[in-house]
Design a binder for this molecule. Structure first.
Ligand code: UD1
Length: 432
């Protein structure tokens, strides 16, 4: 069973500070790969088996979306069987899409398979306006008419199939690259997408599509070329390890001055995180091709971080690293350039004693010698992870609310931390 916190009463996570961690953490399959690949399974006129799927609420939501369009999905011990032979609906219900932005990514495969797709404008984390104009412009270039009416994007193929096209993305959007790459796999002729996102999850999706018979080259570079094929066949595919979860545990070791190992990981996907950890003084040792050891130190230096599209420093690791920098010496800066509203954790970290000043999209962090446990509110997925990390390092107890954010994207974070020796547990929230 996949975890789903929606039915549970609201809880608070109590985190005991001054934790020392030791041991090994198994890293789950990548959330962002899984969600895109689940959407990609709609392209297949047969059934797909996806392995190494993380047990998180977002996956459950994507299962609900696939089922809503008539696809059969069976979940079994970390694997999903998705039978998309018959898609009965081209319309995705609003209540499902509004909860998770990645659900919008079904628009490309649905349109390519059905010739029509009606998908409400997406929701997701409150980290900015997050428009979908690049998805829409790309689908139009591929031969779709797109109408936005009452919050619903309606896309129709002008011909019997989408048509290959040259597409330039104004920004290397992960979602737009994925939507358009998926749509183009079943288009007639060649599609060239320029200024693509190069994230490992885009490559994973391309590999999944290729395993179904799609002709894609260049994934992982700035130009992806797709030769459309009439149909895609069944496959069995394993998801890559989650680099964001891995980096979160790397920071957990660093911030608690502990030594832990993590695997499986693909170290190349963690280059930016490793570089920043080493720059401030933590030690990262590659024990094997898929295993890292992280050795925390007593003191860290300051650094400057700017979030950028891959291979730059990931926006999804920004909040966790900021938690660590609050306890590093001197003045650090964190500049968020990918999303316009992704610094809401600053106020919560300050409640715990951090000294951070916001100057537009730049957080200026004056390192302090200690944080103190406090009641805090998680504002988005990665912010919630950052607050857990800060809580593990702080003096005393931190009580975090807003746990639905955490459950969206971390597979058993608390259990994994408890196995390392951390003391944290959930309690029903009692309102006064
Ligand atoms: C994906 C990831 C998310 C990560 C983000 C950036 C998934 C499920 N989510 O989100 O965890 O933080 O990449 O690495 O894979 N934009 C536009 N127009 C568009 C599309 C995007 O202006 O049509 C803007 C967004 O508002 C944002 C920026 O581009 O400012 C990056 O967004 P994008 O790369 O598309 O992120 P997502 O695919 O939503």
């Amino acid at each position: 069973m996949l975890s789903n916190s929606q039915d549970r009463p609201e809880s608070v996570l109590r985190i005991q500070g001054k934790a020392t961690l030791s041991g090994h953490v198994p890293i789950s399959g990548a959330k962002n790969s899984t969600l895109a690949i689940m959407a990609g399974a709609l392209l297949c006129s047969g059934s797909s088996r996806i392995r190494n799927v993380p047990a998180i609420v977002d996956v459950q939501k994507m299962i609900d979306i696939l089922r809503a369009v008539g696809v059969k999905v069976t979940a079994d011990r970390g694997a999903l069987d998705i039978d998309a032979k018959n898609i009965s609906q081209s319309h995705v219900p609003y209540d499902l899409v509004s909860q998770m932005r990645a659900s919008f990514f079904v628009i490309g495969p649905l349109l390519a398979r059905m010739g029509v797709a009606r998908v409400p404008l997406p929701g997701g984390c409150a980290i900015g306006t997050r428009p979908v104009d690049l998805h829409v412009k790309g689908l139009q270039a591929l031969g779709a008419d797109v109408i936005i009416d009452q919050g619903i994007i309606q896309a129709y193929c002008r011909q019997s199939r989408l048509q290959g096209a040259k597409i330039y993305l104004d920004f290397p959007s992960v979602g737009a690259t994925e939507t358009l790459m998926m749509a183009a796999t079943l288009a007639e002729g060649e599609t060239v997408i320029e200024n693509c996102a190069q994230e490992p999850e885009v490559v994973d999706l391309a590999n999944f599509c290729r395993a179904m018979g799609a002709k894609i080259r260049g994934a992982g570079t700035k130009t992806i070329v797709i030769d459309g094929v009439p149909r895609l066949h069944s496959t069995d595919f394993g998801i890559i390890p989650d680099r964001i979860e891995a980096a979160t545990f790397m920071v957990a070791a660093a911030i608690t001055r502990s030594t832990i190992t993590i695997s499986p990981v693909i170290p190349d996907h963690l280059t930016a995180a490793i570089a920043k950890l080493e720059e401030i003084g933590a030690k990262v040792v590659q024990e094997s091709s898929s295993r890292l050891r992280i050795e925390g130190k007593e003191k860290y230096r300051h650094t400057h971080i700017e979030t950028l599209p891959y291979p730059g420093f990931p926006t999804d690791m920004q909040a966790q690293f900021m938690a660590l920098l609050t306890l590093s010496e001197g003045n650090s800066t964190v500049k968020e350039t990918v999303f316009e509203n992704r610094l809401q954790h600053v106020a919560e970290l300050c409640r715990m004693g951090a000294n951070i000043k916001l100057q537009g999209n730049i957080a200026v962090i004056n390192g302090v010698s200690s944080l103190s446990g406090a009641p805090v509110m998680a504002t988005d997925l990665r912010a919630s992870a950052a607050l857990v990390l800060a809580g593990l390092a702080a003096e005393g107890e931190t009580q975090m609310q807003g746990l639905h954010h955490l459950d969206r994207g971390y597979d058993q974070l608390e259990t994994k931390l408890r196995n390392l020796g951390a003391k944290l547990y959930r309690q029903p929230l009692v309102s006064e």
